[in-house]
Ligand binder design. Structure first.
Ligand code: DON
Length: 306
């Protein structure tokens, strides 16, 4: 199997390369626009602990919205099902920072993976954690097995400076009473989790938790129950790519999550987690080469969850 994975990753890398110039780097967060758009890496880690990687897979980048999965996992581990009283589980069919649904759905975000939903999750974490930033960071470090994972303060500050739409979302949710702490406190946590920097290796390692039904693969420590893990993977499947969640399911067929830093992570329950990074995005905010690479992966392996 190992030589098969190795040769498939090489094939995928080369077949995705013609898309190298397609798409644009996110520039609505000025600090993100500074990234080299030609970076491209893939890392696949199996539940047996085997690693397969190619390209810039060990370089850290801004994980952005991928962090919403970590925040959700931590919140669910702390308060369980109660999270879903304050945030829904339906795909939004809208962009990740859309304001419109929030108004007529009375401040209950459609799901925890759109910006407004992640803000409600941050509000829960502020409530339950004594030192939210530190404890969120420790959680992600534990999952990734990498103590050097950290926030990028420049990115967090850049998001804050230009985060007019996010501020609007937080204020709108707060006006309906679904944010309990101050908008400033919630946005501070939200912008910091988005600024987390991790490599494809770190992300693939961390997402093995979901492939392993909520237990850390190395220590077998249970972080989430089987049922909670199912719920998280289901939310990733239906909501992880915003208004392109259908397309990702259709072409790749794995639960996963993207971020505007160009990262995508996906997992195959019982088998592996895989992360890709290429900063050029399509119009929906998802990495062009990452989407292609993962489509090629499940096609060549002849296996998806369906
Ligand atoms: O709030 C924002 O707009 C960014 N910090 C995160 C957006 C993001 O990654 C959406 N993902 N595709």
């Amino acid at each position: 199997m190992s030589s098969r994975y190795n040769s498939i990753l090489t094939e995928i890398y080369n077949e995705a390369l013609p898309l190298k110039q397609t798409g644009t780097v996110a520039n609505y967060i000025p600090e993100l626009a500074k990234i080299d758009p030609d970076k491209f890496g893939i890392h696949l880690r199996t539940l047996d602990g085997d690693d397969f990687f190619i390209g810039d897979s060990d370089e850290k980048f801004s994980i952005q919205s991928i962090s919403k999965v970590f925040a959700l996992a931590l919140a669910v581990s702390l308060i369980g099902e109660k999270v879903f009283k304050r945030v829904g589980v339906e795909p939004s069919g809208s962009s990740f920072n859309s304001l419109v649904q929030l108004e007529y759905e009375k401040g209950i975000p459609r799901n925890p993976l759109i910006n407004a939903g992640a803000m409600v999750v941050c509000d829960i974490l502020i409530d339950k954690l004594k030192h939210p930033k530190k404890e969120i960071l420790n959680f992600v470090r534990k999952l990734s097995g990498n103590q050097s994972v950290s926030f990028n303060e420049h990115v967090a500050a850049s998001e804050k400076e230009f985060g007019f739409r996010n501020a609007a979302l937080a204020n709108l949710v707060k006006s309906f009473g679904n944010i309990h702490h101050t908008v400033d406190e919630v946005l501070d946590i939200y912008f910091h989790i988005c600024s987390l920097e991790m490599s494809c290796r770190d992300l693939a390692t961390a997402f093995l938790l979901f492939a392993n039904h909520g237990k850390l693969p190395n220590t077998h420590e249970e972080i989430l129950t089987k049922s909670q893990t199912k719920r998280l993977s289901a939310v990733m499947q239906t909501c992880g790519f915003y208004d392109e969640a259908g397309e990702f399911s259709f072409t790749v067929g794995l639960p996963g999550k993207s971020g505007v830093g160009g990262g995508i992570v996906a997992l195959h329950p019982h088998k592996y987690a895989v992360a890709t990074w290429s900063p050029r995005l399509n119009a929906k905010g998802n990495s062009v080469m990452g989407m292609k690479a993962l489509e090629l992966l499940t096609t060549k392996l002849g296996s998806s969850i369906f």
